[in-house]
Design a protein. Structure first.
Length: 200
């Protein structure tokens, strides 16, 4: 599914609406809004070009090899649901595998149960990986940051030049509400400039 690809036709619409009502404050000289060097579209704040998808993605989180797609503003909530369902299925599979094991100390038992034992160990490893992924994503969502922003904080101009540690953080409840319940794309520039202009 579309993770929130930035389209060239959106740029013309954004320019028209910006002329009609100046909603987004002028960008300060320290934070440069840029044009993508690959697909030549004007990138909104928090967008990044994905080399594998060959598109700029809004609120880019990461490119997931398991779903062969980017995780961005439009599909990130569904990615969290995907991880949750995957965790439930792995726990269920682990329970089934464990219930089939009857431990005896003999080579005959090991020979008959080796595949079930290996399956159980693999399920345990995958369960730990998926659980850690889900916990890390929920933590980042509660802070309103992305994996890309978390890993590359020092290289991203709008985070480096911000007076706040995380200019998009609006508190855990509002962050979770915006992430899971918002049906429209967010103008991150408005939140960024509003938060940075707040008195400290």
């Amino acid at each position: 599914m579309d993770p929130g690809f930035v389209r060239a036709e959106e740029e013309a619409e954004a320019d028209k609406s910006e002329e009609q009502c100046m909603v987004i404050p002028q960008v300060s000289s320290s934070v440069k809004m840029r044009r993508c060097g690959y697909c030549m579209v004007k990138q909104p704040m928090r967008a990044k070009h994905c080399q594998l998808c060959q598109h700029c993605v809004r609120r880019f989180d990461h490119h997931c090899p398991w779903i062969e797609n980017c995780v961005g503003e439009k599909n990130h909530p569904l990615f969290v649901v995907y991880l949750s369902v995957q965790l439930v299925v792995l726990l269920w599979g682990g329970h089934i595998a464990w219930s089939g094991l009857y431990f005896k100390q003999s080579w005959e038992w090991l020979r008959h149960n080796i595949f079930l034992l290996i399956s159980f160990l693999l399920i345990v490893i995958f369960t730990i990986v998926v659980l850690l992924l889900l916990i890390s994503h929920l933590y980042l969502i509660s802070c309103n940051t992305t994996t890309w922003e978390f890993m590359s904080y020092h290289r991203i101009s709008y985070l480096r030049h911000s007076e706040l540690e995380n200019p998009f953080d609006q508190g855990v409840i509002r962050n979770l509400w915006r992430f899971f319940c918002s049906c429209h794309l967010t103008a991150w520039e408005k939140i960024y400039f509003h938060r940075n202009n707040e008195p400290v």
